[in-house]
Design a protein around this ligand. Structure first.
Ligand SMILES: [Zn+2]
Ligand SMILES: [Zn+2]
Length: 401
């Protein structure tokens, strides 16, 4: 299709999103005012589903056995791509929407509503997939393992941040809870009869710190003590620490995990405690589809948004979009909402500020414009698919040793 026609559609979708911006901002603020943590996002999911249902999307909930996951589908009945816009909406314990997921869900829902009402040439299927528990629990991993991304051609979402970036990566990551079982005793009159589980936790921290010299630069290991005993005069019978381990790839992560688990086992041996390990789901590294990212970037530039370069070394976290990006073409760009860093009280404030809400509206526009490209630019979707197939093939070829 001619570029001028594609641009006409984009101008129309921009107006449509401006038209629903006030309602979208109210929706984002409503979710912001009642933060719900992983797997407890009942009201947030319901708030996002309501306008989609009213607009005629077919709603499925629960999804993949997750009560707070959902899928909203608009099937045009015409042959074309299946495109999924992802909605996150979980908050952080004690900090509220300090990762701004209230803006992510609302941006994807707004883009979908505008596309259904104002993009007459849409062909294919448009999905909004509500993916709970990004912060803890890996909702997208569970949905991915249940096949919900198998028939999707392209997956997109936009995350708020201190900078607008299109191609920022994500580390592979896994959490582990080390549970140490010792033996209680009077800490002064009969310490010799006790086994300190807390000592095992402390040895674990010291041991993991000693490992850092032997990790590659991409590796991050960080932990907290989630139980350190109950009274100073009792030898702690139970203590617990939770760690997150990250590396550039799932393969690299495996080595880190092995070393950290060996340290915890050694710490248990040093103190005489018994160790149980509870491991979470593995978040895979993010593979940004460069072709799709290119289209998104051009649309953000068309909207007059300044785009910062993505970090090459360091400065990245992890997200369960990584697992999705290994199943189909995916992008996870960022929109600036202020000079604030995620997982801080300041970021939570920005996620409900005028700058945050304006960023959400821009994100919705970028998503909707890229959907238009996928439907109308005849070369884009084949190129996106081709890039993904080539990447997939390359991962199946054993690396040279
Ligand atoms: Zn976060
Ligand atoms: Zn986040």
């Amino acid at each position: 299709m001619k570029n001028s026609t594609i641009n006409d559609h984009k101008n129309k979708i921009i107006l449509a999103i401006d038209h629903l911006a006030l309602d979208a901002k109210k929706l984002a603020l409503r979710i912001h005012a009642k933060p719900e943590i992983s797997f407890a996002e009942f009201e947030s999911a319901a708030a996002l589903i309501a306008p989609l249902r009213a607009a005629g999307f077919t709603i499925e909930q629960p999804l993949g056995g997750l009560d707070t996951a959902f899928r909203a589908t608009f099937d045009s009945g015409k042959p074309g791509p299946t495109i999924a816009l992802l909605a996150e909406y979980d908050a952080l314990p004690g900090l509220g929407h300090a990762c701004g997921h209230n803006l992510i869900g609302t941006a994807s829902v707004s883009a979908a509503l505008a596309l259904k009402s104002s993009f007459d040439d849409f062909s294919g299927r448009l999905l909004v997939i509500g993916t709970p528990a990004e912060e803890e629990g890996g909702g997208k991993i569970i949905l991915a393992n249940n096949g919900f991304f198998d028939d999707v051609d392209a997956v997109m979402m936009v995350h708020p941040r201190d900078k607008t970036m299109v191609n920022r990566g994500g580390l592979a990551c896994v959490d582990a809870t080390f549970k140490f079982f010792g033996k209680a005793s009077h800490a002064a009159s009969a310490p010799q009869k006790g086994i300190s589980a807390l000592d095992a936790v402390i040895h674990t921290f010291v041991g993991i710190n000693a490992l850092r010299q032997f990790f590659t630069d991409d590796v991050r290991v960080h932990g907290i003590i989630t139980n350190g005993g109950s009274a100073t005069n009792i030898v702690p019978a139970y203590a617990e620490a939770k760690f997150l381990m990250r590396a550039a790839t799932v393969n690299g992560l495996e080595l880190v995990r092995e070393k950290a688990f060996a340290v915890a086992q050694g710490a248990a041996g040093m103190s005489g405690a018994r160790l149980e390990i509870e491991q979470g789901l593995t978040y895979a590294e993010r593979i940004n589809n460069q072709t799709l990212a290119g289209s998104f970037q051009r649309n953000f530039e068309q909207l007059g948004i300044d785009i910062s370069p993505s970090p090459v070394n360091g400065g990245i976290g992890s997200s369960d979009i990584g697992n999705v990006s290994q199943i189909t073409a995916a992008i996870h760009p960022y929109i600036r909402i202020g000079d604030v860093y995620p997982h801080t009280p300041e970021f939570a404030e920005a996620a409900g500020s005028p700058a945050g809400l304006d960023g959400m509206v821009l994100a919705a526009k970028g998503l909707a414009m890229t959907v238009i490209d996928l439907c109308l630019d005849n070369t884009l979707l084949p190129a996106v698919r081709d890039e993904f197939s080539r990447w997939k093939l390359s991962t199946q070829i054993p690396l040279e040793r």
